[in-house]
Design a binder for this molecule. Structure first.
Ligand SMILES: [Zn+2]
Length: 161
């Protein structure tokens, strides 16, 4: 990304936000040489990132994998493919907002985003996803998780009344 004023390639991002359509990210940049500010747009489909897994291995970011995980968690639930696509879009947009091209993203970050999204639309899907993602050590840890979840939900219900 070159400065339109002086052609320098050195710049810093001063602001980034996702466009309304959620498929491009707008970055406000400032040239480190001449100080001129300019805007760049990056298509989210184009982001190339490395995902770092818990075991330290790395692989290219692939939104299809996120989608597959969500499809598995929402199986036989009243969640449409449209909703799933929207979730994947939002996750990608969040990642693009917080990481720049060629940076490494921890897989845990993506997992947390997916859980957050599922939680908003379907409790069962959320629990399923969490069960796989968090890899509960044993059944009692899992029940502990469900118990906390129930409590949180009933607190929420109480707050709404
Ligand atoms: Zn410049």
């Amino acid at each position: 990304m070159r400065c339109p004023n002086c052609g320098s390639g050195e710049n810093k991002v001063v602001d980034s936000r996702v466009s309304d359509s959620a498929n491009s990210i707008r970055r406000r940049r400032e040239c480190e040489k001449c100080g001129k500010r300019f805007t760049s747009y990056e298509t989210i489909e184009r982001i190339s990132l490395l995902v770092v897994k818990k075991d330290g291995s790395r692989q290219a970011f692939d939104s299809q994998k996120i989608k597959n995980g969500i499809i598995a968690a929402t199986e036989k639930r009243a969640v449409s493919i449209k909703q799933i696509d929207a979730i994947v879009d939002r996750i990608e947009a969040k990642i693009a907002e917080n990481f720049q091209t060629d940076q490494e993203v921890p897989s845990s970050y993506i997992g947390e985003l997916a859980m957050e999204e599922l939680r908003k639309i379907d409790e069962v899907a959320y629990v399923r996803y969490a069960a796989v993602y968090r890899q509960f050590k044993d059944i009692s840890t899992f029940f502990e998780f469900v118990k906390n979840l129930e409590k949180e939900i009933s607190d929420l219900d109480a707050a709404e009344q």
